[in-house]
Design a protein around this ligand. Structure first.
Ligand SMILES: [Zn+2]
Ligand SMILES: [Zn+2]
Length: 300
């Protein structure tokens, strides 16, 4: 887990974040994702400065192991001077060694956030789910941590004032907010009540706006006027010139596809899980995502 440096903002990793959510649904299935309907409760990972450092860290690690349904995994948490915030040794188990930066000795309230990320590494390791390259794999880890109910801790560890700033993890605060919002929309949860950091709240609101935008893209019926107008123009173009005559327009999530000699079809990402949905172009269509079971009202 990375540490320090200026805090990056916005949505620079959104493509990998979306691929991570899709990979989670594919690897875990709808049923397993829905066993994570309840987030880690603040009281279960609370750590105050009067708690014993090592006993407290072990207790929080155990709570995260329980949350991720890793019954036989045992975390051994140690502290040392290091350039990173934290790291975990991914061995065969069932014992895993987690090292936390020495600074957590005096920043105990963020130990839960650091462990949420490191224990997720163990979870993904056991699932044999990874992305190639450190950067993408860390984004997958942060996204999975957040989507499965422990990532609000990472966003809440983001604090900025005139003197200092602190952020944990590889996602920007807004991206943590986005994944948290995606989760909130699926599980009807409001994580913002747990935030102690005002900056976390702002980032969550920005992430929620971005998550809502996913649900307002044509051909979904919730699309706005400008999107619908662009969609109608692109559809006319596809009908006149053949589907695929204007493939892969950047920033346009839908694509018209040829379907043999059959009618025109349109494909677009499921707003919940990013799985590609394909429906015929014939006005009002109701589709159901096969991966996450979201019912999608479309006007094609
Ligand atoms: Zn990591
Ligand atoms: Zn879906």
């Amino acid at each position: 887990m990375a540490n320090g440096g200026p805090v990056q903002h916005g949505f620079p990793h959104l493509e990998t974040v979306r691929a991570s959510i899709n990979a989670l649904y594919k690897r875990l299935s709808y049923d397993t994702v829905h066993t994570f309907a309840t987030s880690v409760a603040p009281a279960d990972v609370a750590f105050c400065d009067t708690d014993d450092l090592h006993l407290g860290a072990q207790r929080v690690a155990r709570e995260l192991v329980r949350h991720y349904h890793l019954p036989d995994a045992r975390m051994v948490v140690g502290f040392r001077e290091m350039s990173h915030a934290a790291s975990v040794e991914l061995a065969a188990g069932p014992e895993y060694f987690v090292e936390l930066n020495d600074r957590f000795r005096t920043h105990r309230r963020d130990i839960g956030a650091a462990l949420a990320h490191e224990v997720m590494h163990v979870y993904l390791h056991r699932l044999d789910l990874s992305f190639p390259g450190t950067r993408d794999n860390e984004i997958l880890t942060d996204t999975a941590t957040t989507y499965l109910g422990a990532g609000w801790l990472l966003l809440d560890a983001y604090r900025e004032d005139s003197a200092s700033s602190q952020k944990l993890g590889y996602l920007t605060p807004e991206e943590f907010g986005y994944v948290l919002a995606k989760r909130a929309l699926v599980f009807a949860e409001d994580p913002s009540v747990w935030f102690t950091s005002p900056q976390a709240y702002t980032a969550y609101e920005k992430g929620m706006a971005e998550a809502r935008r996913d649900e307002q893209q044509p051909p979904l019926t919730a699309a706005g006027w400008a999107g619908r107008r662009r969609y109608a123009r692109d559809r006319r173009h596809a009908q006149d010139n053949g589907a695929g005559s204007r493939p892969g327009v950047p920033g346009v999530p839908y694509a018209f596809t040829p379907d043999g000699r059959g009618p025109l079809r349109v494909s677009f990402p499921c707003p919940t899980c990013q799985q590609r949905i394909r429906v015929p172009v014939r006005g009002r269509v109701r589709a159901r995502c096969g991966l996450c079971r979201t019912v999608l009202e479309c006007d094609t």
